[in-house]
Design a protein around this ligand. Structure first.
Ligand code: SF4
Length: 343
């Protein structure tokens, strides 16, 4: 049995022809799935009964089991989903004013071992398929108030550039007008800085948002926090981001988690300024870290966060401070899955 969500419309039409059905039946099924949210072939009333039977023998539509659902005091919702091969992944729903953002995982576990992140603690298992990534979106939509999901970010477990083909395949279905029709500008790919992925993304012709986890302004510190920096050091990474921005005319966001005693001093802010001062379309997103009991890091104090931010503002760096969300439900990346595996 194949996951029908792994097929874009063109490939679904081909499959339908092979089954002796008409391509317009494929378009009807696509519409039942992504426009009407019907997840059972039996309810697709304009599809001939015999074809519905063939489809049910050939494809499955949903493969996840909902293992856990948590809601934070601030409205953030986190869901833990069980895959067909008994792995688990987590996805988060973050409502904020008119925006409702879904945070997606791209892999089961992660191989990159960033020291501030709970995602890698259980090791890497496998890539998610395009169909599974789409299914995360479906579950998030189902769990959103009035099924309203406006933005998507690949900031959950895994490194999207390390599962490039499946992530882009899923995005094309999520973005297409026949599919879930979520605008490319509302979809963010967040990477730990894999340069070949950034270069490849710049040629996709998609107006996606790119966000890069930076978290340090020197190679020494960044390599100790994010081992991937040894392969793609800061100067090359920033250069690749500048080229991405020149080619796509898109802004690049640099994520910076503020950790007590490590990367949140005024000197760190000065280093960040030096790194980005001549990068016109750069934005810094400062993130107060969530406290993760399994990790030794503590969030920077409010005072040092303010000093850090003020310095960047005065230095004319485009900077925002992200609000801490869902701390009471283990909303930091990988935390829920980790706790589930421990119990
Ligand atoms: S921050 Fe991203 S790349 Fe690093 S370990 Fe966590 S999930 Fe993997």
């Amino acid at each position: 049995m194949q996951d029908i969500k792994d097929l874009d419309l063109k490939n679904l039409e081909r499959e339908f022809l092979a089954l002796g059905a008409k391509p317009y039946h494929a378009r009807q099924v696509f519409s039942w799935l992504y426009k009407r949210g019907v997840w059972d072939f039996n309810y697709m009333s304009d599809i001939p009964q015999a074809l519905r039977g063939k489809l049910a023998d050939r494809f499955y539509i949903l493969g996840f089991k909902l293992l856990k659902h948590l809601e934070s005091r601030d409205g953030t919702r986190k869901i833990l989903l069980g895959t067909k091969d008994n792995n688990s992944i987590e996805s988060v729903l973050i409502p904020a004013n008119s925006r409702v953002t879904g945070c997606l995982s791209s892999q089961v576990g992660c191989k990159y071992g960033c020291s501030f992140c709970a995602s890698g603690m259980l090791g890497f298992k496998r890539n998610l398929t395009a169909g599974e990534i789409i299914e995360e979106v479906i579950y998030l939509k189902d769990n959103a108030l009035e099924n309203r999901l406006t933005h998507l970010v690949f900031m959950g477990t895994g490194e999207p550039m390390d599962n490039y083909e499946n992530v882009i395949k899923a995005i094309r279905i999520i973005n297409s007008s026949a599919g879930l029709n979520i605008g490319a500008r509302r979809i963010t790919i967040s990477t730990n800085g894999i340069i070949p992925g950034i270069e490849r993304l710049s040629s996709e012709g998609l107006q996606l948002e790119l966000s890069v986890s930076l978290h340090a302004a020197t190679d020494e510190l960044r390599s100790s926090l994010m081992p991937v920096n040894k392969s793609y050091p800061l100067s090359e990474l920033i250069q690749a981001c500048k080229e991405y921005s020149l080619k796509t005319h898109r802004q690049v966001t640099f994520e910076y988690i503020l950790i007590k005693g490590l990367n949140s001093s005024l000197r760190d802010a000065e280093g960040l300024f030096r790194l980005l001062k001549d990068f016109k379309l750069a934005k810094v997103n400062l993130i107060p870290s969530n406290h993760i009991p399994e990790l030794e890091f503590e969030p920077a104090s409010k005072n040092s966060v303010d000093i850090f931010k003020d310095y960047l503002v005065k230095s004319r760096i485009n900077v925002t401070l992200r609000k801490e969300r869902g701390e009471d439900i283990n909303a930091a990346c990988g935390q829920l899955r980790l706790n589930y595996a421990k119990n």
